[in-house]
Ligand binder design. Structure first.
Ligand code: ATP
Ligand code: MG
Length: 394
């Protein structure tokens, strides 16, 4: 019978909360493969077993596991009887057709009731493989490793470890609200927060109908993509055009970008309170554009009470781009659109805004009315992955 054995991040999952973290991980895995023929997902003596049904496509299940945070590595495994002879002959049978230059056997015994110590099992089974196939043993740098894991009711063997994404299981760190533009940076920032176990809710500001719907479509596509890691997402599409047009008349041009950003954060914070999110996330990077000087970041950030986290703050564009490519967001992010902030932005924005001056200028704006209208008129969309049969509770 075939299974997938998942190993999780030992260190992160240690301590008093371990059963709770583990429960989240198991629950997430179950939901992530809900539409595939996976018979069972169970926690088993320090690892998790996914029992595959006859129509399950291993690679497809593997792809879901690759997007499950908290997984250190996983292996496509076969179940073997808890009996040395039977185990050895099953493995020898299975190895037919392989011809590695060197090999070794690596045994982990989670249940010590199996009477033979691990090194002895390794020698015994390794010896039999060598006798049948004539392969050379190399204990320190084997090209091919036969892994055997012995548990209470079954043993598993496999030959390869696939890398998991690391991180912490989804839903173990609480909720955050990510300001998602259509650009390259913010989806990467959201993904980094998910990796640390945060559930991310998204807010996108658009200037439709002054501009096209393109930025909203990109935001949707990005959220759809990112939902593969968290399985359920909510996207707030907030109309921002009216606010921008009014600000354009009442705020000195060079200050506009900073004022727009502060308005976005105020509205985002209101949404965060509604959704019980505990922090705001942006894709800001020091020095990347005019609104991201230290001075401007401080003036913009001063408007929020909730903490603002900027996971990409010290990264280069190339590093962020490489990460966007790994995640798969890059091709969506580079689709041309009219960002709401480029339309109404002067050519020479302030690079060193002063908080008092900005606060003084903002007195001309009906800020509370802006926030209320934005929250009232926001369109909320829900996303699920996999689309059929997802049952994860939040
Ligand atoms: P990105 O690639 O994420 O768009 P950027 O380098 O283009 O970032 P800015 O456009 O200055 O930088 O935006 C900085 C951050 O402000 C973004 O990462 C995002 O978190 C937030 N932001 C900007 N525009 C919007 C928007 N229209 N809707 C929601 N958030 C936005
Ligand atoms: Mg942008």
């Amino acid at each position: 019978m075939s299974s997938i054995i998942v190993h999780y991040q030992e260190i992160a999952l240690k301590g008093k909360n371990r059963p709770w973290f583990l429960g989240r991980l198991v629950r997430h895995l179950r939901a992530a493969v809900a539409d595939l023929d996976v018979r069972e997902v169970r926690s088993l003596m320090g690892r998790i077993e996914l029992v595959l049904g006859p129509t399950a496509n291993q690679e497809e299940v593997g792809d879901r596991i690759r997007k499950t945070f908290g997984v250190a590595n996983f292996s496509y495994a076969t179940t073997a009887p808890l009996d040395l002879d039977a185990m050895a002959s099953a493995i020898i049978d299975d190895l037919k057709g392989q011809s590695p230059a060197t090999f070794r056997v690596s045994v982990r015994r989670a249940d010590k009731r199996f009477e033979m110590p691990s090194p002895q099992i390794e020698r015994e089974i390794g010896g039999r493989i060598k006798a049948v196939y004539g392969w050379t043993v190399n204990l320190s740098a084997a090209e091919f490793v036969v892994h055997i894991e012995i548990l209470a009711n079954a043993a598993f063997y496999f030959y390869r470890k696939e890398r998991g994404p690391g991180g912490l299981p989804m839903g173990t760190a609480g909720r955050v609200l990510c300001l998602l533009s259509g650009g390259i940076d913010s989806p990467v920032a959201a993904h980094r927060m998910m990796k640390r176990g945060c559930t991310v809710t998204f807010v996108h500001f658009h200037s439709y109908p002054i501009l096209s719907r393109a930025s909203q479509d990109k935001a949707r596509e990005l959220v759809r993509l990112l939902t593969q890691w968290q399985l359920r997402s909510r996207l707030y599409l907030v109309p921002f055009g009216d606010i921008q047009q009014q600000a354009l008349l009442l705020i000195p041009g060079p200050m506009l970008v900073v004022v727009y950003r502060r308005m976005m954060l105020r509205i985002a914070e209101r949404v965060a309170l509604i959704r019980r999110a505990q922090a705001l996330i942006t894709g800001d990077v020091v020095g990347q554009v005019a609104s991201q000087t230290l001075e401007n970041l401080a003036v913009v950030g001063a408007v929020a009470t909730l903490p603002i986290f900027r996971p990409l703050i010290g990264m280069d564009k190339e590093e962020i781009t490489a990460e966007a490519q790994r995640i798969g967001s890059y091709p969506i992010s580079i689709i041309p659109d009219q960002d709401c902030c480029t339309l109404f932005t002067p050519r020479h924005p302030l690079t060193r805004a002063r908080l008092e001056a900005v606060e003084q200028a903002e007195k001309a704006l009906p800020i509370e009315a802006f926030i209320e209208a934005a929250v009232r008129d926001a369109v909320v969309e829900e996303f699920e992955f996999p689309v059929v049969g997802s049952t994860i509770e939040r």
